[in-house]
Design a protein around this ligand. Structure first.
Ligand SMILES: Cc1cc2nc3c(=O)[nH]c(=O)nc-3n(C[C@H](O)[C@H](O)[C@H](O)COP(=O)(O)OP(=O)(O)OC[C@H]3O[C@@H](n4cnc5c(N)ncnc54)[C@H](O)[C@@H]3O)c2cc1C
Length: 376
């Protein structure tokens, strides 16, 4: 990164931190406790123009620069991982549309999501499995000037909250298409909201397609190349999930530093004890090394998403493992109080776990990395 660019990103981070602390953090505990979508936090982000960061200018966005998106997600997730997910899901979900869709379809959908007025979700996973994406059963069949979709998508973030859903469906024996489905289309319905360990405010549910008819022009690009398109977009979404994980880790570290400075045992601040200092040092190293790898991945992806694929997997694996480990240590450093809902580290530890599971589990990331290392 050039010095000038770095300064601009540092300034942007300061702005994002202020927005996150003022508009998002005050609602974080409530969103977790009530299991309601982070509507107030999202409105704050919308008023600050943040959802538009991820989209091209001609469609109402600010340019779609991945570095800015990563910084924004990091700062939001530092105080509320659920709100971080709400922010990044719109960018990830619509990436295949922006990259491969027709200008008319992009114009129909993107500006309202960029303005923060409408929410989007993406539907890949199915009940029989998420890791083996190619085994999906949801099918789209052309019928005159419509497509008819049948199938069941599982664990869909923003289900019931979103207006637009991007859906990967089988169009042939080994062919897949991507389609945009609207909440009001005939034949779409939703399962019950899942009760989750973490990210409790983020709605997660099945999205069910039962003879769901959509106009033919809602298909994205070539309806036999959806799997290939998705491979590119997952290389973009993984850094965003990495940023969410990194934000959680940074938030947990900050809380641990604050608490251990204030807490006194044996007549002094526990931050003076060598073992505590050793833990804080290791947590800080994990956070900084994760950040370095993530930014290196972003640079590579900005240059060429296909070439950046392995680094995206490395960043996803490292940042999410860091989130889990740092959040767990932050709870430890709070002693018994870390186990109570009264301190944010309890929520952070629950929120961290999913980052090792979704957007490709960390076992799947290891497979991708090893395949690249062996070049096989
Ligand atoms: C809160 C939440 C939000 C989500 N949001 C979305 C969303 O918005 N859209 C969406 O499409 N999906 C979403 N998902 C789904 C998520 O991406 C999947 O759960 C994930 O990809 C794993 O799929 P699975 O649950 O079917 O596990 P499985 O694929 O059944 O895996 C089970 C276990 O086997 C391991 N495993 C599988 N294959 C291999 C292999 N070849 N080698 C080694 N180990 C392997 C896995 O790593 C895992 O540990 C979400 C999930 C959750 C919980």
């Amino acid at each position: 990164m050039q010095a000038m660019e770095k300064q601009a990103y540092d300034t942007f981070r300061d702005t994002m931190r202020r927005i996150a602390v003022d508009k998002v953090e005050p609602h974080a505990a409530e969103v977790d406790r009530t299991k309601q979508p982070p509507v107030k936090a999202y409105a704050g982000l919308r008023d600050a123009g943040i959802p538009s960061l991820g989209f091209p200018e001609e469609y109402g966005g600010q340019g779609g620069d991945l570095f800015s998106q990563v910084i924004a997600v990091e700062e939001v997730a530092r105080v509320c991982a659920t709100s971080g997910l709400s922010l990044l899901t719109g960018w990830a979900a619509l990436d295949p549309l922006v990259r491969f869709g027709s200008p008319q379809l992009i114009r129909q959908i993107v500006p309202s999501v960029a303005a923060g007025e409408k929410i989007a979700g993406w539907c890949l996973t199915e009940p029989q499995g998420g890791s083996d994406l190619a085994a999906l059963k949801t099918r789209a069949v052309k019928d005159g000037d419509h497509w008819v979709i049948n199938g069941n998508k599982r664990f869909i973030t923003n289900a019931t909250w979103a207006e637009w859903y991007l859906v990967l469906a089988r169009t042939g024996e080994k062919e897949y298409g991507i389609f945009m489905v609207h909440r009001d289309d005939p034949g779409i319905s939703f399962g019950k909201l899942e009760n989750k360990m973490g990210l409790r405010g983020s709605p997660t549910a099945d999205v069910i397609f039962d003879d769901c008819r959509i106009p033919a022009d809602r298909a994205i690009g070539d309806t036999t190349r959806g799997y290939e398109y998705m491979g590119v977009s997952l290389t973009i979404s993984r850094p965003l999930i990495s940023a969410q994980a990194l934000g959680i880790a940074q938030g947990a570290l900050d809380e641990a530093v604050k608490y251990t400075r204030d807490r006194k045992q044996f007549g002094q601040s526990v931050s003076r004890f060598q073992m505590v200092r050793g833990m804080i040092a290791e947590m800080a190293v994990k956070v900084e090394s994760s950040r370095s790898l993530l930014y290196r991945a972003v640079e590579a992806i900005e240059a060429d998403p296909v070439q950046g694929r392995t680094l995206a997997s490395m960043a996803k694996m490292l940042c999410s493992d860091t989130a889990m480990s740092v959040a767990t240590d932050a709870v430890q450093l709070h002693g018994g109080y870390g186990y109570l809902e009264d301190y944010p580290v309890e929520r952070m530890m629950r929120d961290a776990k999913i980052t090792q599971i979704y957007e490709g589990t960390n076992q799947i990331q290891r497979l991708i990395i090893a395949k690249s290392v062996y070049a096989d």
